[in-house]
Design a protein around this ligand. Structure first.
Ligand code: ZN
Length: 429
């Protein structure tokens, strides 16, 4: 699989991650718009704006958050915490604030991790109004007594929740859904890796003809998927499978978290692709914790959607300043992209057929099928593939079922099915 060049390379994905890294994103605001506009340079993404106050299922679109500047000055007037140096320093969604206070008061608004003393934590307060700063515990310990000056030049006002949507029509109205969250500030694996892998996959899907339609969502976590589902309920039944993309740039092995359904075509297909890849992997059952699969697999939605990652939730660098551009690499992004591309390729091949001459075996010789496969080095496998496809194409078995049962690859079965269609022996259902 490696080495092909009919796609966006790992280097290109990494460069895009570098460009997006400094932007201060959140669940709303200019950082999200700016991110989506950069993605729009390469793919025809629709940018949707949903007004503050719009009800979406049990939730309401929040006020829009934007920030110009934020800092803390120590008693000597020196800026010791500076949002402009690292946007993780500001509690994401901090309300505006300006004031002077003693260290003891300031401490109520400081977040740090004694267990990871040299790292800045990433913290948010989307639905509780407060302000705060995040810093390394090593720095926290050195803060002298005295009067501190604090500025948070942010705004929290009526505006919009912004997300990106790309619909790529195929021959079928039925859809495969790919989503990633876009709400994290300067963090690389969670979540820039998901953004750049789906951007690359979008370019691939736009460059070829597809049977299925594809929908790709670049959405703020939780509220974004709830918003899309609430505003597009009529489209949900078209979705036959999908993946939530996240944590795709680090070195960990692949982890596939099954959908809530557990044994859907999507679940079995992703497992098949991983089994037949050169990479180690682990498959896990669904739990109602993690990324947006929580929403797509909520009981009233229950889509066959899994979460395909490298690391899983809660890795040591997770939600800290160590989840930076050094933690991800072009090489690992490329591997993740290739697995995602293999999933959609196999999804396209996973058709169901019916044998048009099911009573007794059809006479292959008289239809020129032996000539068609004669002389090929893998002619025995092709012959077995023909026999398996003809035997199991009773309208109930998919190409995936036949591949698993026969041990012959889906790609080979796909080729054979095209041949059998051309000889009027098979018909798709
Ligand atoms: Zn996260």
């Amino acid at each position: 699989m490696a080495g092909t060049i009919d796609h966006v390379t790992g280097e290109q994905m990494y460069k895009l991650a570098e460009r997006l890294f400094p932007i201060c994103r959140s669940i709303t605001g200019e950082g999200v718009r700016q991110t989506l506009q950069i993605l729009q340079e390469d793919i025809p993404l629709e940018i949707r704006e949903i007004p503050t106050g719009t009800p979406v299922f049990d939730w309401t679109i929040p006020r829009e958050w934007n920030v110009k500047d934020a800092w803390v000055k120590d008693p000597s007037g020196q800026k010791i915490i500076d949002f402009k140096k690292n946007n993780l320093h500001l509690l994401n969604y901090s309300i505006p604030y300006r004031g002077k206070m003693a260290l003891a008061q300031l401490k109520d608004h400081l977040y740090y991790m004694p267990e990871k003393p040299d790292l800045i934590p990433y913290r948010t307060s989307y639905y509780t109004e407060k302000w705060g700063f995040c810093l390394a515990y090593d720095q926290f310990k050195t803060l002298p007594e005295g009067a501190y000056e604090v500025l948070i030049d942010s705004s929290l006002s009526d505006g919009h929740l912004t997300y990106g949507e790309l619909h790529i029509p195929g021959d079928l109205e039925e859809e495969f859904l790919l989503t990633t969250h876009i709400c994290h500030p300067s963090l690389a694996n969670d979540n820039l890796s998901g953004i750049v892998v789906l951007q690359a996959l979008a370019k691939y899907l736009l460059s070829i003809k597809n049977r299925y339609s594809y929908r790709i969502l670049f959405i703020p976590g939780t509220i974004g998927s709830i918003t899309w589902l609430a505003l597009n309920e009529g489209k949900i039944s078209r979705i036959k499978g999908g993946l939530v993309a996240s944590l795709l740039g680090d070195r960990a092995q692949f982890h596939f978290k099954r959908s809530r359904i557990g044994d859907s075509d999507l679940d079995r297909l992703v497992e098949y692709v991983l089994t037949n890849s050169e990479y180690p992997y682990t498959v896990m059952d669904f739990i109602p914790y993690g990324y947006d699969e929580r929403q797509f697999c909520s009981p009233g939605i229950n889509l066959p959607m899994g979460n395909l990652t490298r690391s899983t939730f809660g890795y040591p660098e997770y939600h800290t300043s160590a989840d930076n551009l050094q933690f991800i690499s072009a090489n690992e992004l490329e591997k993740s992209y290739l697995i995602y591309r293999a999933v959609v390729r196999h999804w396209e091949m996973n058709r169901k057929f019916v044998n048009l001459i099911p009573k007794g075996e059809p006479q292959l010789g008289k239809r020129g099928l032996y000539e068609a496969i004669g002389g090929k080095s893998d002619s025995h496998t092709i012959q077995m593939a023909i026999l398996w496809v003809l035997n199991l194409s009773d309208g109930h078995h998919s190409m995936l079922d036949i591949a698993i049962r026969s041990g012959i690859s889906m790609a080979q079965l796909h080729q054979v099915s095209e041949l059998l269609i051309s000889k009027s022996l098979l018909s798709e259902i």
